[in-house]
Write a protein that binds this ligand. Structure first.
Ligand SMILES: [Zn+2]
Length: 152
């Protein structure tokens, strides 16, 4: 608002000068020149003020974006922690009993480790074996190597 006041003041002074009918005198030309210069100043300040405001708004937006970005980063960390907790806790791991073909102890593995052709290590005797399609559940729900293969 101040910039408009500034231009209005200059315009008012120019009006006064015109009313004094001194335009053709030396003093009048000097006054006219000063008022023209003042008008240029007022106009230039107006432009600078506008540019300054735009820059201010731009910086405010950047500041908000930065804050949002920071929030996202911290939220992201929280989410990661939550996910880790889920993996450790909430997400139930299914264990399946497996009768070791070597020591014949029933040992337990995560369900996802068996049946995929992955080699597992018996925690009892330390021998590695693979639970594949030749294995079957017995009446107790324990995976045992099928007789067919045991006979081999
Ligand atoms: Zn074993």
């Amino acid at each position: 608002m101040e910039k408009k006041d500034l231009q209005a003041k200059v315009a008012f002074l120019k009006g006064l000068a015109e009313g004094m009918e001194i335009e053709d005198s030396k003093q009048g030309r000097l006054l006219r020149g000063i008022l023209d210069a003042l008008e240029d100043f007022a106009s230039r300040i107006n432009e600078l003020d506008q540019a300054h405001r735009e820059l201010e708004e731009y910086i405010e937006e950047m500041d908000e974006d930065l804050s949002a970005l920071e929030d996202n980063i911290y939220d992201g960390e929280d989410e990661d922690e939550d996910e880790d907790e889920d993996e450790d806790g909430d997400e139930e791991k299914q264990f399946v009993g497996v009768k070791c073909p070597h020591c014949h102890q029933t040992v337990y593995f995560e369900e996802e480790l068996v049946g995929e052709g992955e080699e597992v290590t018996c925690p009892n005797c330390g021998v590695e074996f693979v639970v594949d399609e030749n294995w079957d559940y017995d009446e107790e729900g324990t995976l045992v190597r099928s007789k067919k293969e045991q006979d081999q």
